[in-house]
Design a protein around this ligand. Structure first.
Ligand SMILES: Cc1ncc(C[n+]2csc(CCOP(=O)(O)OP(=O)(O)O)c2C)c(N)n1
Length: 660
């Protein structure tokens, strides 16, 4: 025996149970390696040698405490008692798996077992754990969340953002680092410079603990002490588990880059063999008992395999595939209770809508930089802290990714949330969370992301390339998101309130130039406007102008000045966009121009123009025109910016179309 076990006050029963907890995943894995060689499964990420960590986690945490494991943590899943056939069905892409064949291996979540599985992007689940822990804290549930990271994954920016946020907000998260010496093939010496990860805890102002990750009793002991204490006194900790990966990153990638001495050294510390020997030495196990336990597990594994191999291969049902992209939601329009109206600027309407949403949904949490006492960069949330308190109106550290991840975590715990980007431009720093976590979650495992990301967007304020971008096309291309982009105060309020009712992730664009430049009479009461429905803002017969945001105002002004009889369609929602409204208009006028502030190439106009050409060709009297801004970054100096903007090109293109 190379490991030393301290049995403390563990009962005989617990000691034997822990043996089963590490043995079962080992046996499953050994079987998978055989199946892989037989060509019966396609890929395997092995956790052999690391079982004590995952098994220790599942055994120690309470059943309803969320664990966010990675690709080598089979023991988390078996420890939570997920039937093997269900796991194997998931790995084999069968319909009865957790993702209906849509995602592979351990990439799934299950609320029944309180596991949120990884996406491929390492680091992406760390912020999600923050959100789950925040929900525990807000509800005073005295629960913790535990999220895994590899030593390689700890180099991702998400690692820093998530731990820093958890530290500042005192969130009960165990950040468990499995330090197994390698990334894919990259050794620790080329991955990080610090001696050990617990040293990083000092920098975050939190505690760090290191444990022999191969010793199940040490892992269990430290986890149980920590979890007990963190439930009472919520705070994050770093738990570094020292271990070693005994096989390749995945089976096909080999282990040539690992020196044999390391295998020899760590082979002696095998977590299963050592523990078995220990239990034999204290007479809690004997050869007969071991045989019995193994026979039981073997038969469970064989039964599961047979069941799944007998299940039919999945067949595609396109309707079901499309339907599962979004969480089902039946919009029911709410009309204002009274006729009371008041003059509101665009920004006032947004602020009013947000306030009414906070009053209606007491599970709605607002997060953003400087949004609390300061009221946000544009003052949308001014006065909110006084009414709703700091728990619900949260200043965040400067970290878009962790906060959007946390928003997703909140939604797993049935909260709604809003994340304010200080400027839409900064969403690039949270892009991964939006397009890979929020957008794909419902399709992958049926978990909706009830999150609204508010995005002050657009140019015309002489703010240069990084405070002026139109980036709606980035999200328009991502199945699973909704993209809303109002152009008037009334629409802004009604659409914002509808966005908070919708359980799906909504990217809500607010044009900065419109904030304080337009105003109108807006209903004072709560009301909603259906997402996905365009509005004809001016009826006409000569030409259809399909546009949104500031384009609506450019088109209205131009047509008014020149007396053009245009039908102007304000899309209001870009994803899903209102194809019927567009077709109806084009069929009426026979000419179409799509206008947007975003740069021309690859802009939303390209999609709409292609759609019109395809579906309404026979109604057209001229080719479909697109007008967008110049294909350059947004320049700073006013003359350059004016020259950049699509507004500058609208007249010429429109006249050309009218004269065609
Ligand atoms: C963001 C991101 N970049 C690259 C990869 C490809 N990749 C998959 S696993 C891996 C190494 C992971 O090493 P570590 O985090 O130490 O975990 P281990 O596999 O050792 O458990 C890499 C580079 C990825 N999955 N995600």
């Amino acid at each position: 025996m190379s490991l030393t076990y301290n049995r403390r006050s563990y009962s005989d029963e617990v000691l034997v149970e822990l043996y089963k907890e590490i043995l079962y995943p080992r046996m499953i894995e050994e079987k998978m390696l055989i199946l892989l060689r037989q060509g019966k499964i396609s890929k395997w990420f092995s956790g052999i040698g690391q079982e004590a960590i995952a098994a220790g986690v599942s055994y120690t945490l309470e059943e309803d405490e969320y664990v966010l494991p990675l690709h080598r943590n089979l023991g988390v899943f078996t420890g939570r008692k997920i039937p093997f056939n269900q796991l194997f069905a998931q790995w084999q892409g069968k319909k009865s798996g957790f993702t209906k064949g849509r995602d592979r291996s351990f990439h799934f979540g299950t609320n029944e077992y309180h596991i949120v599985g990884m996406i491929s992007h390492l680091g992406a689940m760390l912020g999600v754990a923050d959100g789950i822990a925040l929900a525990h804290k807000l509800k005073n549930e005295k629960k913790i969340a535990l999220v895994f990271s590899g030593d390689g994954g700890a180099s991702e920016g998400d690692f820093h953002e998530a731990i820093n946020t958890a530290a500042v907000w005192d969130l009960p998260v165990i950040f468990l680092i499995e330090n197994n010496g390698y990334g894919l093939s990259t050794p620790s010496s080329e991955q990080f410079k610090c001696k050990q990860f617990i040293d990083k805890a000092i920098g975050y102002g939190i505690e760090g603990f290191q444990v022999d990750g191969n010793n199940i009793l040490e892992v269990h002991d430290v986890l149980s002490k920590l979890s007990k204490s963190m439930r009472e006194n919520p705070r994050p900790v770093i738990l570094e588990c020292m271990t070693f990966r005994m096989r390749g990153h995945e089976e096909a990638s080999g282990t040539k880059y690992v020196p044999q001495e390391l295998f020899d050294e760590w082979g002696k510390k095998d977590p299963v063999e050592n523990y078995e020997k220990y239990l034999l030495s204290i007479n809690l196990l004997n050869e007969d008992l071991i045989k019995q336990i193994k026979t039981d597990f073997k038969s469970e594994i064989e039964k599961g395999l047979e069941d799944v191999f007998n299940q039919e291969e999945i067949t595609a049902n396109t309707e079901e595939e499309i339907n599962d992209v979004y969480a089902t939601y039946n919009f029911i329009e709410t009309l204002p209770e009274t006729e009371n109206k008041s003059n509101k600027r665009f920004i006032d309407a947004i602020s009013d809508g947000l306030k009414l949403a906070m009053r209606k949904h007491d599970n709605l949490i607002l997060m953003g930089q400087d949004i609390a006492e300061y009221g946000g960069a544009f003052k949308v949330t001014k006065g909110f802290v006084e009414e709703f308190g700091k728990a619900r109106v949260r200043n965040t550290p400067l970290c878009e990714s962790a906060i959007i991840g946390a928003a997703y975590g909140l939604s797993i715990k049935n909260f709604k949330s809003m994340v304010e980007m200080q400027f839409a431009d900064f969403v690039s720093c949270g892009f991964n969370q939006i397009v890979n976590n929020l957008a794909k979650s419902h399709y992958r495992w049926g978990q909706n992301a009830d999150v609204v990301v508010r995005m002050p967007t657009g140019a015309g304020v002489a703010a240069g390339p990084f405070h002026s971008q139109s980036n709606e096309a980035w999200f328009f291309h991502t199945p699973g998101l909704k993209v809303v982009y109002p152009s008037s105060p009334s629409d802004a309020k009604g659409l914002l309130l509808a966005s908070f009712e919708d359980p799906n992730p909504v990217m809500f664009f607010e044009h900065k130039v419109l904030y304080r430049s337009i105003e109108e009479e807006v209903f004072d009461d709560y009301y909603t406007i259906e997402i996905g429905k365009a509005k004809t803002v001016k009826e006409g017969n000569e030409v259809s102008i399909i546009t949104y945001g500031s384009g609506v105002h450019w088109a209205l002004d131009y047509c008014k000045n020149k007396g053009i009889d245009a039908d102007i369609v304000d899309l209001r929602t870009l994803l899903p966009w209102d194809k019927t409204a567009v077709l109806d208009s084009v069929k009426k006028t026979g000419k179409a121009l799509v206008l947007h502030e975003d740069t021309l190439s690859g802009g939303i106009g390209a999609e709409i123009a292609a759609f019109i050409a395809d579906k309404a060709f026979k109604y057209l009297d001229a080719p479909v025109k697109r007008v967008g801004s110049l294909d350059t970054p947004v320049p700073f100096a006013k003359n350059l910016e004016d020259n950049f903007l699509a507004k500058n090109y609208l007249g010429k293109e429109l006249e050309e179309l009218l004269n065609f």
